[in-house]
Design a protein around this ligand. Structure first.
Ligand SMILES: C[S@@+](CC[C@H](N)C(=O)[O-])C[C@H]1O[C@@H](n2cnc3c(N)ncnc32)[C@H](O)[C@@H]1O
Length: 290
């Protein structure tokens, strides 16, 4: 067995991407979290900006219930801390943020919080103190934001949250790829997630795979095209709007052309799709003429 080097543990390692950013490599899956452009750019581009977190918090009041963000796959903590910084930068009158991060292993988070790596992963000053407090206590609270860590295996821990009365307004869905993390890209996983989502909730994920999009549709979300990822693929956005054909947050909904491609695709559906998945998806409100 090789011993861990500086910037590495037995399970993960800080590497430099081809764009020169520092990012976290997971040895078990061989996957880099936030590949190519690195954690600072990708957390903003794929999660914080398209979820319109700043706008939604600024539009609310500190007297409202906090906006609940589910951070699915804490990893190195870059998505969560980017959201935390948005809340901290807003005036005291703005709506507060409640982040719930889910993770089965804390090794990447601990490595990202190391002095040698923290800045590259978005942890400086108060943000670094918040990250270290979360790692030590699984909870950290300020005037503007609370951050709670749920250590356990997904998707089971999501169901436990529903039983505890936690409901989400925004979700950053960032597990490893469907190849490495198949159970988290099924219709069943998105059905569990949908049960936790309030009216108006949004889901941002980096995966633009056809089967991911059909899993989200089958889970009960309206689904649209997202931003371009660091490796030039297209991300995906989900939204909940039970009374709207297309929820307001969905700027570029999947449309009739996407549906036609779905019908021709050789990898159209998640492993647990029902036999009539295509017909069910075609009947969904967003694919009906306006
Ligand atoms: C792509 S990384 C997340 C990167 C992270 N969002 C960030 O900003 O650094 C995926 C994470 O999901 C976690 N994960 C994968 N499968 C899981 C499971 N079944 N339960 C809980 N966490 C899981 C992995 O341990 C890994 O840290």
């Amino acid at each position: 067995m090789t011993s861990p080097r500086a910037g590495a543990t037995a399970t993960c390692e800080v590497v430099t991407t081809r764009d020169g950013a520092r990012a976290m490599l997971d040895h078990e899956t061989g996957e880099v979290m936030h590949p190519v452009v690195g954690p600072l750019v990708e957390a903003a581009r794929l999660y914080v900006t398209p979820s319109r977190l700043a706008e939604r918090l600024a539009a609310g009041s500190a007297k409202d219930e906090p906006l609940v963000l589910l951070d699915v796959g804490l990893g190195a903590g870059s998505n969560a801390i980017a959201a935390w910084r948005v809340a901290e930068a807003l005036p005291a009158t703005a709506r507060r943020l409640s982040i719930v991060s889910f993770e089965k292993t804390l090794a990447p988070f601990a490595l990202a919080l190391d002095d040698a790596n923290a800045k590259a992963f978005g942890f400086e000053g108060e943000a670094l103190a918040a990250g270290r407090a979360l790692l030590a206590n699984c909870i950290h609270k300020t005037e503007r934001a609370s951050w709670r860590l749920v250590v356990g295996s997904l998707p089971g821990v999501l169901e436990a949250e529903a039983e505890n009365g936690v409901f989400a307004d925004a979700v950053f869905w960032d597990p490893f790829s469907p190849r490495s993390n198949p159970a988290l890209w099924t219709a069943g996983a998105f059905t569990s997630l949908r049960r936790l989502c309030r009216e108006g909730a949004t889901v941002n994920t980096y995966s633009g795979a056809t089967a991911t999009r059909s899993a989200m549709l089958l889970g009960g979300f309206a689904v649209g095209f997202g931003e371009t990822t660091g490796d030039n693929k297209q991300a995906t956005v989900g939204a909940v709007g039970t009374n709207a054909r297309i929820p307001a947050w969905l700027e570029r909904p999947l449309d009739a052309r996407w549906l036609a491609r779905l019908a021709r695709s050789s990898a159209a559906f998640p492993s647990d799709a029902p036999w009539d998945a295509l017909a069910r998806i075609a009947a969904m409100p967003q694919f009906q003429p306006s």
